[in-house]
Design a protein around this ligand. Structure first.
Ligand code: BTN
Length: 263
């Protein structure tokens, strides 16, 4: 194992929320999400967190691969029961992760539906340049009559390899504070995420609406949606759908299966 992980202290903080909670840390797996989906499908349904130092087949949203360098990214998944009557879990998770990481506020924002971006002022223009720092993949699965969420979180810790040709280079946590590493980020984020999922099952998105509004990267910006709609970001509705002001009125974007970019 490359790191010394704070498994016991995380377990102590989450176990009061879910008494049957366990945490597993492995040096390598294909994808922590894939593993936890398989566990639930085989009847292992107790809440569990799986952390991997390396993934050989990491997955992102919309069927994309999620590549990562060992040690440069924190990768973990949480499997827990989900109340299917609540909507907007990915937005709640975005808020919870920012609350855990962004202790001084204002530097991290959520790009609907579930990415966290980091603003760094351009040294030449002083304008903010935005870099993706965290990716969140929420998948759900039914076992018996209970629905479960498998929440996968990838947080860039170190700068990406130099040879990468990213459209917009990713952000990384050490830009916020060089003392961050994968274990300290996990210790900070994991209890916030577990508590958020637990509360979401009872109270849903409503208690997070104001928090989301302060972290909404898209609000007030001109946007292009992959389904062809263009307009200005106008927040979210009570179900967590994206609202866009267009020339034809207010449009609701309900599916996470669209990509949104500034135009
Ligand atoms: C995205 O931005 O498209 C979501 C990326 C989610 C990556 C994390 S890393 C841990 C977990 N396991 C996976 O295979 N994916 C998620």
């Amino acid at each position: 194992m490359k790191f010394n992980w704070p498994a016991e202290s995380i377990w102590e903080q989450i176990q009061p929320v879910w008494p049957d909670f366990t945490i597993d840390i492995v040096s390598q797996t294909d994808s922590t999400n894939t593993q936890l989906l398989q566990r639930i499908r085989s009847g292992q349904t107790a809440p569990v967190m799986l952390v991997a130092e390396t993934q050989t087949a990491g997955r992102g949203r919309m069927g994309k691969a999620w590549a990562s360098q060992a040690g440069d990214t924190l990768m973990f998944s949480l499997a827990a029961p989900l109340n299917p009557e609540q909507h907007g879990l990915s937005l709640v998770l975005g808020c919870a992760v920012i609350n855990a990481l962004d202790t001084i506020g204002q530097k991290l924002k959520i790009k609907w539906p579930n990415d966290i971006w980091y603003a760094q002022p351009d040294p030449n223009t002083g304008q903010n340049l935005w870099h993706k720092l965290v990716g969140i993949l929420v998948e759900t699965v039914l076992y018996g009559r209970q629905r479960y969420a498998v929440i996968g979180i990838g947080i860039n810790i170190n700068p990406p390899p130099q040879q990468s040709t990213y459209h917009t280079p990713p952000g990384y946590l050490k830009q916020l504070d060089p003392r961050w590493d994968a274990p300290s980020a996990l210790a900070c984020v994991a209890p916030h995420v577990a508590q958020a999922v637990y509360n979401f099952n009872t109270h849903g998105l409503a208690p997070w609406q104001q928090s989301f509004a302060q972290k909404d990267l898209l609000a007030g910006n001109r946007l292009y949606i992959s389904n062809g709609i263009q307009g200005t970001g106008a927040g979210i509705d009570l179900h967590g759908n994206l609202l866009i002001k267009t020339a034809d009125g207010l449009k609701t974007i309900s599916s996470g299966e669209v990509s949104v970019r500034p135009c």
